[in-house]
Ligand binder design. Structure first.
Ligand code: SAH
Length: 350
């Protein structure tokens, strides 16, 4: 490995920051040897911050209806072949109950932007979850909403919000998200969430159509400025009924490299080894942890709905991806040298 690229990793580990040009050089010059060096350092940095604890969050996919038309997403409005479902409040509460009994202390309600989940329905639902589980963190991942809506949901008891910025380059954003969606609106949501006292998660897809090292450099730079509590990244995976069906998937190799870089840039962030990583290859999540990740988000959705929340082809949702597999997951993690943590697992980012 060249001494210049190694020097960039040294700088990243020391200063937790690179310039966009340096990011681009590091990403473009990466080699397997450099990646191994990066992962060893990322593990050290993670272990110093969080030890070998792996935090779990129960993911409940509440609706596959979406008013948006993101070109890469399997539940986009224009996909007439998508099967659509929407959980009832009672079903969502039952998922939380099941999760609670399995040991989960964080619930993530994720879904498409579904008008049926307006504030008049969602705020009382969040309050009911809060009352039933005062010791749990409630995380929402329901896309862009008004500041007033985020405020109301926060007051109802939501603690955390996941909203990936998706890509930091405005033109690249526009190429993947038809109007009225815009890069500016997405960022303004992230600032509102932060301002309202949410613990915020952001992130991006690796290898999304048209993405270059320059775009990834911008993603890293924007995340440094945002300093989120959590950063979720995973490979883009094509869905056959979208305009991106023929675009190649993001690679495991680049996804892991970016995870390692994120750990050195944001030592205290929570970094999930995502479902998309586990979908690329069965070892994906183990490799993700060994590249510096420390969160897993098993699926708590009703088993009969999991196939319908089909963001991309082949999405993993059972076995160790399923919350019901938590005992197996615990054993698996131990065999890899990690410890399953079921408490709220708050981020050390302040
Ligand atoms: N509607 C919510 C939740 C979106 S789904 C929102 O807008 O935030 C969660 C994440 O899945 C998205 O942020 C996106 O980054 C990812 N995703 C969507 N389609 C994907 C695909 N084809 N491959 C990989 N990840 C995808």
């Amino acid at each position: 490995m060249s001494s210049q690229t190694r020097a960039l990793i040294d700088k990243l580990e020391r200063q937790h920051e690179l310039s966009p040009d340096e990011w681009e050089r590091l990403i473009s010059a990466r080699t397997p040897a450099l990646a191994n060096e990066l992962f060893a350092r990322a593990r050290r940095v993670r272990d110093a911050a969080y030890g070998r604890d792996v935090f779990v969050r129960g993911l409940i996919e509440i609706s596959s209806y979406c008013k948006n038309d993101c070109l890469y997403c399997g539940i986009r409005r224009s996909n007439r072949e998508a099967s659509r479902y929407r959980l009832t409040d009672e079903e969502i509460l039952a998922c939380c109950e099941t999760g609670y009994n399995l040991g989960f202390r964080t619930f993530v309600l994720q879904g498409g932007e579904d008008g049926a989940f307006g504030d008049e329905r969602l705020a009382p639902l969040v309050s009911r979850i809060r009352e039933a589980h005062p010791d749990c963190a409630i995380t929402l991942s329901l896309g862009e909403r008004s500041r007033a809506s985020y405020k109301r949901l926060r007051e109802a008891g939501a603690d955390r919000y996941l909203l990936r910025h998706e890509t930091a380059d405005a033109a690249h954003y526009a190429s993947l998200h038809p109007a009225p969606l815009s890069h500016e609106a997405r960022l303004s949501c992230l600032h509102d969430l932060r301002d309202l006292g949410y613990q915020v998660g952001s992130g991006f897809m690796v290898g999304s159509p048209g993405q270059t090292a320059r775009h990834l450099a911008a993603d890293m730079t924007i995340l440094k400025g945002l300093n989120p509590h959590m950063v979720g990244i995973g490979p883009f995976i094509p869905h056959r009924h979208t305009p991106c069906a023929e675009s190649p998937a993001g690679t495991l190799e680049l996804s892991l490299f970016m995870l390692g870089c994120l750990r050195l840039m944001l030592p205290h962030a929570l970094l999930p080894a995502t479902t998309a990583l586990g979908t690329l290859t069965p070892e994906g999540r183990h490799l993700g942890l060994d590249a510096g990740a420390n969160v897993l988000m098993p699926n708590l959705s009703p088993i009969e709905c999991r196939g319908a929340y089909n963001l991309y082809d082949g999405k993993a949702s059972t076995g160790l991806e399923g919350a019901e597999g938590i005992a197996g997951l615990k054993a698996q993690l131990e065999s890899w040298g990690y410890r399953l943590k079921v408490d709220r697992g708050d981020s050390l980012v302040r």
